[in-house]
Ligand binder design. Structure first.
Ligand SMILES: [Zn+2]
Length: 430
């Protein structure tokens, strides 16, 4: 059995790892590289395995950096099955269709996405299924709805792929179990060097209070999938607890609306299904473009939840443009803001933006929060790996170099001695 590392080796995007089994090769995740122009160029480097010869693909979760290459793979001749959980399949469809639209048919088209979805075979958490000589199970990983770690048994060995791991204290998802005892553990390390600080409920509370008491407009930049649903549930909770605060809340993101339906359908995977359903179903959603101007005419406190989460496009720019002269307006940027995005620039003090060719300056306030992350931090990663896995061979992926080095040190201090940081293309016999 061989592991061939490929994507997400030098960064946190482009996830793709090949597992060569007796009789064929399985690909674990098939994500897009995202970020700077040079990072995205990596999407053009072909996989080391011919698409048509791959036996199957296993998908840990729906995020684009884990699924976004799939339609390309199908376009290049892949005809095997794509295995994932049912919620992942639904969310993946939304994310891939959006990606096809953004790529304008260059990289792949909506039709390629439909062909891709036809190859999907979904499995519930805990269900065992066979791929070549391997038995596979999806284990809940937190992170986002449907996200899974993979447990694979072949040749008397147990190989576990963490996928992206969620926090131990996710406010809406059910808690996820630690890694099982494994021979080989492929561990994500997004926050391998960080211990998280901040309290997301508290930071959202500060934002909502400021909007309500100051009777102003608050705009929240949110990702459509996962972050959006988390924010909507927390906003709903806030107003349940503070009925005296009267704020109109609207959502402006068709993709978020589509993801809300999936979260509602699979609300049994969350801690308070009924509350989540209510918060997602009762939210005021913008349907027509004329509402953009009518929003502006109404007085009273208003919160607009729109995407993208890093202000790198999407409808949020329109709202920032509409309120850019209002010094009392408040922009909330919850979560990590990637390099090269408006979100990063705004959080670092810049105020210049461009919307549909019109340059403008944001005059309002900006509130940032680092607490909104759907990733386990260093302590949570180490405890997930489990001290019973001291004899396992651990490979760190999906992280920046410093984060991986810090996590390696921490794991070794904890007794897990065999920790590798593979490079793109490295092959290991396991
Ligand atoms: Zn993810």
């Amino acid at each position: 059995m061989k592991l061939r590392f490929w994507g997400a080796t030098n960064s946190v995007t482009g996830s793709a790892t090949f597992l060569e089994l007796e009789g064929g090769t399985i690909l674990i995740d098939s994500g897009l590289y995202q970020g700077s122009v040079s990072t995205e160029k990596e999407n053009l480097i072909p996989y080391p395995q011919e698409a048509a010869k791959l036996h199957a693909v296993l998908i840990t979760h729906a995020h684009l950096d884990h699924t976004g290459y799939l339609p390309r793979l199908v376009k290049l001749g892949f005809r095997g099955k794509i295995h994932c959980t049912p919620a992942t399949a639904r969310l993946m469809r939304i994310i891939l269709l959006d990606s096809a639209k953004l790529s304008e048919g260059d990289f792949y088209s909506e039709e390629d996405v439909h062909h891709t979805m036809n190859l999907v075979e979904s499995h519930e958490f805990g269900e065992h299924f066979q791929l070549l000589n391997a038995s596979v199970t999806f284990q809940s990983a937190g992170h986002i709805l449907g996200a899974a770690s993979l447990v694979l048994k072949a040749d008397n060995k147990k190989i576990v792929f963490s996928g992206d791991l969620g926090r131990d204290t996710d406010p809406i998802l059910l808690p996820h179990p630690p890694a099982p005892e494994a021979d080989v553990l492929i561990l994500e390390s997004t926050y391998g060097g960080k211990i998280r600080h901040g309290d997301l409920q508290k930071e959202l509370h500060t934002f909502l209070m400021s909007v309500s008491r100051g009777s102003k407009v608050g705009i929240i930049a949110s990702f459509a999938v996962a972050r959006g649903q988390l924010l909507l549930e927390l906003i709903h909770e806030f107003f349940e607890r503070h009925p005296e605060e009267k704020v109109r809340v609207v959502m402006d993101s068709p993709m978020m609306k589509a993801a809300n339906e999936v979260y509602t359908q699979y609300s049994s995977l969350t801690q308070r299904p009924e509350d989540l359903r209510i918060s997602l179903e009762e939210i005021d959603s913008i349907e027509f473009s004329r509402e953009w101007t009518s929003l502006k005419k109404k007085s009273g406190p208003l919160v607009i939840l729109s995407s993208s989460g890093m202000v790198s496009g999407g409808r949020i720019l329109r709202h920032l443009y509409n309120w850019h002269e209002d010094e009392s307006a408040l922009l909330f940027l919850p979560g990590y803001q990637g390099e090269g995005t408006y979100g990063r620039a705004l959080s670092e003090g810049q105020r210049q933006l461009v919307f549909e060719g019109r340059a403008f300056t944001w005059s309002g306030e900006i509130l940032t929060s680092e607490a909104f992350s759907s990733h386990a931090d260093q302590n949570e990663l180490v405890s997930w790996a489990g001290d019973y896995n001291r004899d396992a061979k651990v490979f760190l992926v999906h992280g920046e170099k410093e984060g991986k080095l810090a996590l390696k040190k921490k794991l070794q201090a904890n007794g897990i001695l065999s920790v590798e940081i593979p490079e793109k293309g490295n092959v290991y016999e396991i």
